[in-house]
Write a protein that binds this ligand. Structure first.
Ligand code: NAI
Length: 353
């Protein structure tokens, strides 16, 4: 595994001074499109499931130049090969040179992957909860995890398929993978939605907002931490009244359902970008703190469960849990969230996997 610690622009620009010759060239010959400085690392990343989320995720990973090769795998004949080729044909248009290949259920092609993202499974339809998907998706996620580890035993695995907290727990308890190498993605997305709704309420740029959503990745289990959210360091409660903050929290919690109702299926742009953000922190060893679903062993008062908490993400997967002090109300909400996820985990015992 080779890791670059340099921060790259999403489109491949290393930094402004490296890009200066390109800029000079472009201004001198305005009709010639210059290519960016391209960096190869040796990473191989597999994305399982070439549907809406998986394809968007692969696209984001390629554009950020996070790998030498991205493999997209799906069970539908030709789907991943077609999407991979279509995506690779944007390389000269978008200024990346990550190779993107497709595979119809041939795991040999994923061999030696450093990071694997599992998005295979049913998405929700309007009116469904994420939990309604458990029966079908548990079988898929277990089978995929087993196949992946046969060919990439050292991989860091990111679980996206829903109900994500339970799918992460399932992979952890059945695969024997070291706990730090298994990460459920949900909290990054929920936090992004939270920050977006706060920025809309404040009429300010989303990137001025800092805030996190912890707990389960479900409409009733997630906990937007409004008390700790800030606008560039100033608590948002100094600008927004309680009623508005409660509405922001409520909108965040049903953020996914709102989109499912509008689109007719589950969302993919923000989920795909959220996965890429997580993958970037791993392959560039950035040590970013994100809310991720990880195995708890006493942290936040919980054990034998995978749940969303702030973690440091680097080349070893999740490297530390930030176990900060919640107030009584937040701690009680976290315990309720854990109870609900634990009930869902119990359903796994009734399934033949
Ligand atoms: P989709 O239906 O567009 O794509 C799913 C793909 O998985 C399909 O192409 C299907 O052929 C493939 N697939 C099914 N079984 C497979 C198997 N055994 N091996 C390989 N591929 C298989 O669904 P979409 O919208 O991409 O969502 C995927 C999953 O991600 C859903 O479970 C959805 O609920 C979840 N999701 C999770 C989010 C999160 O924040 N954790 C956010 C958005 C979606």
């Amino acid at each position: 595994m080779s890791i670059s610690q340099t921060r790259y622009h999403p489109h491949g620009y290393k930094n402004w001074f490296v890009n200066l010759p390109n800029f000079t060239f472009a201004t001198g010959f305005r009709n010639i499109k210059t290519r960016t400085v391209v960096h190869h690392n040796r990473m191989k990343i597999t994305v399982v499931g070439a549907g809406a989320v998986g394809a968007t995720c692969a696209d984001n990973i390629a554009r950020r130049q996070l790998a030498q090769e991205v493999v997209l795998l799906d069970i539908k004949e030709g789907l991943s090969e077609g999407k991979a080729l279509d995506m690779f044909q944007t390389a000269t248009l978008c200024g990346f040179d990550t190779k993107i290949t497709g595979s119809t259920n041939d795991y040999a092609k994923t061999a030696g992957s450093d990071v694997v993202v599992i998005t295979s499974g049913l998405p929700r339809k309007p009116g469904m909860t994420r939990e309604d998907l458990i029966g079908t998706n548990a079988k898929i996620v277990k089978g995929v995890t087993d196949n992946i580890l046969q060919h990439s035993p050292e991989a860091i695995i990111i679980i996206v398929s829903n109900p994500m907290d339970t799918m992460t727990y399932l992979s952890l308890t059945t695969s024997g993978l070291a706990k730090n190498k298994l990460i459920g993605m949900g909290g990054i997305l929920d936090s992004a939605r939270f920050k977006t709704y706060l920025s809309l309420a404040l009429d300010c740029p989303p990137n001025d907002i800092h805030g996190a959503v912890i707990g389960g990745h479900g409409d009733t289990t997630m906990i937007p931490l409004t008390r700790l959210a800030t606008r560039n360091g100033v608590p948002v409660s100094q600008f927004l009244d309680d009623e508005t903050l409660q509405k922001v929290a409520a909108d965040t919690m049903v953020g996914g359902a709102t989109l499912t109702k509008l689109i007719g299926t589950s969302a993919w742009y923000a989920p795909g970008a959220a996965v890429a953000e997580l993958v970037e922190s791993i392959v560039r060893d950035q040590k970013h703190v994100f809310t991720c679903c990880v195995s708890l062993e006493g942290e936040y008062g919980q054990s034998d469960i995978c749940l969303g908490v702030p973690v440091v993400i680097g080349k070893n997967g999740w490297e530390a849990i930030i176990d900060y002090k919640l107030n009584d109300e937040e701690q009680a909400a976290f315990a309720r969230s854990a109870d609900a996820v634990r009930n869902m985990n119990d359903v796994l015992k009734t399934l033949e996997l």
